[in-house]
Ligand binder design. Structure first.
Ligand code: AVJ
Length: 342
């Protein structure tokens, strides 16, 4: 229908809505990383068994490399999870509706490029969308793209590290909060830490959550698991090594990525993929006030990615205090999406 020429088209006259955004992460006023972060990195690097937490993968380039990983043939989790949502979103919306939740506040933990939420938003019709991610600038750009796709949606972006605890600002609606934790990111926690985190979400006194939509990777044959974390193109290797560039930026250290080799292995006893960086030769790394020698073959442990069984995850969710637990999976049972109601 054509508008009469004397009536302005208000949809064009309105400024495009833009998301609210809070940067609650780590850099101090002088642009230096917070002291706690430098201390955490130094402690990990100087330990007898060196380690760096996986949250440090996600600088701007790291988030892009992870996005590339999600498109690899070997990396089955992303497309398998997307297929589960595609096949079952009506049942999922029904599970929420059966608890009286029709317009949730959708809190997306580790939202990254927000692609998973973008596919879900038309089906869950959230009243508010709250993407949370440690990669602040990457998230800011993604939140703006979500806003462009859903101009009327109330969006509150949160750039923060929630691995040590989740404290939400007042701008986040308290009514009908549903946490969305897809992609098996919960697998970065040890089972003990995962239980604590889930308990926090399930505790009515803490997060005021009504429920949780959780995507989790399942135990399967070792070859499939290891290929997913050591792809033929070497994208995961680049993702792993980029952590050293991020640490150089944060600590003013002098890691040379060419001196390190990517290692990924399935530790069946602990049911986890481990990623390491292995020194190709004897080498020294220096940063202000510190020096660490690595012998040839010595490793820095950079990630654990725990794999669960359906029963194991159901038990964990009940242990955490959720009252009703349902799940959906793919025909090969490679991945599962759980709905856990408080
Ligand atoms: C984002 C933690 C779910 O463990 O599969 C991908 C990260 N590491 N390839 C995962 C990752 C190497 C990913 N999570």
């Amino acid at each position: 229908m054509k508008l009469p020429s004397n009536i302005p088209d208000l949809s064009l006259a309105l400024p495009p809505a833009s998301p609210q955004f809070f940067d609650l992460y780590g850099r101090q006023n002088n642009g230096q990383p917070a002291l706690g972060m430098a201390q955490e990195l130094t402690a990990g690097l100087c330990a007898t068994s060196a380690s760096i937490a996986p949250k440090f993968f996600y600088n701007a380039l790291g988030s892009k490399l992870f996005e590339a990983i999600t498109g690899l043939d070997e990396y089955y989790p992303t497309r398998t999870e997307a297929a589960i949502f595609e096949a079952s979103h009506r049942l999922m919306a029904g599970a929420l509706a059966s608890r009286g939740i029709t317009r949730p506040c959708l809190i997306d933990l580790g939202a990254g490029n927000c692609a998973k939420a973008m596919a879900l938003i038309p089906h869950l019709a959230p009243r508010q969308y709250v993407p949370v991610d440690i990669s602040v600038d990457f998230l800011r750009a993604a939140a703006e793209r979500v806003q462009a796709s859903f101009p009327a949606l109330d969006i509150v972006g949160l750039g923060m590290d929630f691995s040590a605890g989740l404290v939400l600002p007042e701008a986040v609606q308290q009514h009908d909060r549903v946490f969305f934790y897809p992609g098996s990111s919960l697998g970065n926690f040890s089972p003990d830490q995962a239980l604590q985190f889930l308990q926090h979400i399930a505790d009515p006194a803490q997060g005021q959550a009504r429920g949780l939509l959780l995507g989790i990777d399942l135990v399967k044959d070792t070859a499939t698991l290891e290929a997913a974390y050591d792809d033929a193109l070497g994208v995961t290797a680049a993702f792993n090594k980029n952590l050293l560039l991020h640490v150089n930026d944060l600590l003013q250290s002098d890691f040379d990525v060419r001196q390190w080799r990517h290692v990924a292995l399935f530790n069946a006893a602990q049911s986890r993929i481990e990623m390491h960086l292995e020194a190709r030769c004897e080498l020294h790394v220096r940063w202000p006030g510190h020096e660490r020698r690595f012998s040839a073959g010595e490793r820095i442990h950079t990630e654990n990615s725990y794999k669960y069984t359906l029963e194991g995850m159901r038990t964990l969710l009940h242990q955490a205090g959720f009252s009703q637990v349902e799940h959906w999976t793919d025909p090969k049972r490679w991945f599962a999406v759980f709905w856990a109601a408080v």
